[in-house]
Structures are given as structure tokens and as C-alpha cells.
Design a protein around this ligand. Structure first.
Ligand code: IMP
Length: 428
């Protein structure tokens, strides 16, 4: 009954897609448990690049794929994504929870209006309607996948919801968009028809897969520091990317989770606003961004890059109960010498080792660094990946081992390039 959760230990974009694909070789099912089209997971196999926003990254291995109830589902984006994957030679075996909530176009409009209104408190969202859809879910106004298959139910719910949203758009935000109920009804019923064959009770299917001894990967999106409860509030997303979200976002009990693997990038990146104590605003940050391709998969925005920070990673290890790590993008740091690692923070004279809840304190935190020697930029990483851990440059090995020592969790996978084959397993 292996239920394996893959969770991001930083601010998202850690390379979870690549690691989920890599581990899918030995899995039967892959299920996404939270977020929506704000995610952008990339898998590169034999020179072909596959981009996923909603479809789980186990698609390249042809695994059974599930979209859990914890997602907010934009059916238009999903259908476009499936079409693009079909063109790229994949036919995802996709199953969608009847309980996932639907992102409507008006959620995206309101996302933009809310961001503008929030000013300094805006998180710099992806404008995919994520926050407004989760808000409706929690306020019990939400419309779920099952409702798209039932015209009467959808009409009744839209009657109330659209009236409310129109008032918000016009009277609260003084905006011009007008919502045409019949058009929205027609459009979303059509989406419902197109996905109807894939709709099912995902909790039932995943529990039965686990009970039958199958391996299920719970694919996290975003990262721990973006979590609505455990992230740097309010500069995060509106879901629970943390491991607990896998239980509520799919409908399995906590004892069904046998292992939590954290994905950690060899440096830090953040897209959107909020404090990032190790951010590098100069030439080295620029170099990491360019070499690491640190531009949002969903929005194309440049990511803020910085040194590896032990504080968020050890915090993530605690809140997710992570027992092993996958370290990604080690190759990106080649040629940078020295390399710095943030051990903890200092705020005034106080040493801070945990993420503070109080933003005023977090904003004042200054990183305390340790310096390590870098390694050459002329490493042939695909050769290193083929030969294994011992072939890593000596200083790269020292960097990995120092991180491991500081976070006190074994690093069992090291990714040294975007391709599936550019991956080193340190032990079985
Ligand atoms: P939202 O999820 O679109 O509401 O965005 C909220 C915050 O989370 C913003 O700062 C986004 O940049 C960030 N965010 C959302 N999804 C991702 C992701 O997949 N990777 C990295 N950052 C994300």
C-alpha cells in the first residue's frame, strides 16, 4: 500500500514534475491533490518537452492519472492541455473527481480586480482564478464538476452566483465586465459534456488502488511556503500544497500515506511578492535565472533567485514530515565560486531558525551565510548522471553533503539536468 506524497519544500518551481515523472516508473497511479492551472510542471524525455498545468506528470509513463477533489479545475485549460498532449503523442488516461470545484471566467476577472485592490498586500497571483474559486468553495457558493453534468443544478447555482459576482464586479470594483448567464451556462455545460466520461469518485478509486497494493503518487503543486496555512501569509496561494493536503484533496486517511518526499532546488526562487531573505538582486541572481531558465511556466514572469536557504527547507521537513529529499538543478550552480548557504537569520540581535508568522519580523530577517567552494562550469552533466554519485565534482558533492547535514534528512535523488536521464539515485 505505498502512498507517496511529493511536496515542494520552498516557494514552488522546485522541479516536482521531473521528480514525479522519474518516480512514476514504479507507480500505478498519479493523483494531483491541490491547486489548479497556476501550476506548471515540465517533463523532458528523449529531447521532447511536455508541459503540464492540470494533468498529472505521470502522463509520460502512461500511468492512470487522477484529478482530486482538492483541485480547482478550469475545464477550458484542461481540454486545451489534453489537446496539446495528444498532439505531442500522449493520450492521458485521466479520471476527474466529481467534487473538484470549477474555475469560471469570472473568477479570473475577479482575481485581477482583487490583486489591484490589494496593492501592497497582493501576492502577484497567476491570475488563473485560483483564490476566488477557493473563496467560493469555502463560502459554500462553489460549483463542482458534478454540477456541470446536471443542467438544472448548474442553472440554479449560477442564478445566485452570477448575481452576486455581477454586483461585486460592477458595484464593488466599478468594472465594466458583464456576465451573460445563458452564454456561461451553454459554455460550461459543453465543457461538462466533453469531460463527462472521465468523471468519477476519485477517493473511492484511489483507496481501492491502495488497498490492492498499488503504488500511488500524490503529486503536490506549488510549495510549502505558498501554503494557505503554513506559507508566508498572505503572499501565497489559496490551497494546501503541504502533505496534509494530499489526504483532504483526494479523500484518503493519513495512515494511507507511507512516505513523503520533499523536492528542493539547489538554490531558492520565488515568483510573486513577499520576503525572500536570500534573494540576489545583482549579477549572480541574474546568472542563476538565465542558466536555470527561471521564468514562470504559467505566466512567463522572471523568478526572483537567491542562495539556498536552510530555514524554509527545515521548516518544510517538519510540517510535511519529509523523510527524504530530491535535490534539483545542482548543475545550474556550476561556475559560481564561492557558493553561499543560508544557515539561519538574524533580526536585530536575535538568531531566527524558524519561519516567523509575523511578516514584520520576517521582512527584517537577514541571512547568515556559510561559504563553500564552487566547481567548474565545464562539467559534462549527462556523463556524471550516467556514472552516478561518485562522478560528481568534489565540491558539488561537498555542497550536497553539507545541505544534507544541515537539514538532517537524506538526499536520495539528485537532478543535474532537465532530462529524465539526468538523474542520480544515491541509494535504493
Ligand atoms: P495564485 O495561486 O495564482 O493565487 O498565486 C498566489 C501566489 O502563489 C503568487 O505569488 C504566485 O506567483 C504563487 N504561485 C502560484 N502557483 C505557483 C507555482 O506553481 N509555482 C510558483 N509560484 C506559484
Amino acid at each position: 500500500m505505498p502512498g507517496i506524497v511529493i511536496v515542494g519544500t520552498q516557494w514552488g518551481d522546485e522541479g516536482k514534475g521531473k521528480i514525479v515523472d522519474f518516480l512514476s516508473e514504479k507507480a500505478d497511479c498519479v493523483v494531483r491533490y491541490g491547486g489548479g492551472a497556476n501550476a506548471g510542471h515540465t517533463v523532458v524525455v528523449e529531447g521532447k518537452t511536455y508541459k503540464f498545468h492540470i494533468v498529472p506528470s505521470g502522463a509520460v509513463y502512461g500511468r492512470k492519472l487522477y484529478i482530486g477533489n482538492g483541485l480547482v479545475l478550469d475545464p477550458e485549460v484542461l481540454l486545451q492541455e489534453i489537446e496539446a498532449l495528444n498532439k505531442n503523442g500522449l493520450a492521458p488516461d485521466l479520471h476527474i473527481s466529481d467534487r473538484a470545484h470549477i474555475v469560471f471566467d469570472f473568477h479570473k476577472i475577479i482575481d485581477g480586480l482583487e490583486e489591484k485592490f490589494k496593492g501592497r498586500l497582493s501576492a502577484g497571483t497567476t491570475r488563473r482564478g485560483i483564490g476566488p474559486t477557493y473563496s467560493d468553495k469555502v463560502a459554500r457558493f462553489g460549483i463542482r464538476v458534478a454540477d456541470l453534468l446536471d443542467e438544472d443544478a448548474l442553472r440554479r447555482k449560477l442564478d445566485i452566483l452570477l448575481e452576486l459576482k455581477q454586483r461585486i464586479i460592477t458595484r464593488v470594483y466599478d468594472a465594466k465586465e458583464s456576465l451573460d448567464k445563458e452564454e456561461i451556462l451553454r459554455r460550461y455545460l459543453q465543457f461538462g459534456q466533453r469531460i463527462s466520461d472521465s468523471v468519477c469518485d476519485v477517493s473511492l478509486e484511489i483507496n481501492s488502488a491502495l488497498d490492492n497494493g498499488q503504488t500511488v503518487i500524490f503529486e503536490g503543486a506549488q510549495g510549502t511556503l505558498l501554503d494557505i496555512d503554513h506559507g508566508v501569509y498572505p503572499y501565497g496561494t489559496s490551497s494546501n500544497p503541504t502533505a496534509g493536503g494530499a489526504c483532504t484533496g483526494v479523500g484518503v486517511g493519513p495512515t494511507k500515506i507511507t512516505k513523503v518526499i520533499g523536492v528542493t532546488k539547489a538554490y531558492t526562487s520565488r515568483v510573486g511578492t513577499g520576503p525572500v531573505p536570500t534573494e540576489l538582486k545583482g549579477e549572480i541572481g541574474e546568472r542563476i535565472r538565465e542558466k536555470g531558465g527561471e521564468y514562470g511556466t504559467t505566466t512567463g514572469r522572471p523568478r526572483r533567485c537567491g542562495w539556498f536557504d536552510v530555514v524554509p527547507v527545515t521548516y518544510s521537513i517538519r510540517v510535511n514530515d519529509i523523510s527524504e529529499l530530491a535535490l534539483t538543478k545542482l548543475d545550474v550552480l556550476s561556475g559560481i565560486d564561492p557558493i553561499r548557504l543560508c544557515l539561519h537569520y538574524k533580526s536585530e540581535d536575535e538568531i531566527i531558525r524558524e519561519i516567523p508568522a509575523d511578516l514584520k519580523i520576517y521582512e527584517k530577517c537577514r541571512p547568515v551565510y556559510e561559504e563553500l567552494e564552487g566547481w567548474s562550469s565545464s562539467v559534462e552533466w549527462s556523463k556524471v548522471a550516467q556514472e552516478g554519485y561518485d562522478a560528481l565534482p568534489q565540491h558539488a558533492k561537498a555542497y550536497v553533503e553539507r545541505i544534507q547535514e544541515l537539514v538532517r534528512v537524506p538526499i536520495k535523488i539528485i537532478s543535474v539536468g532537465p532530462q529524465r536521464k539526468d538523474t542520480i539515485v544515491t541509494e535504493d
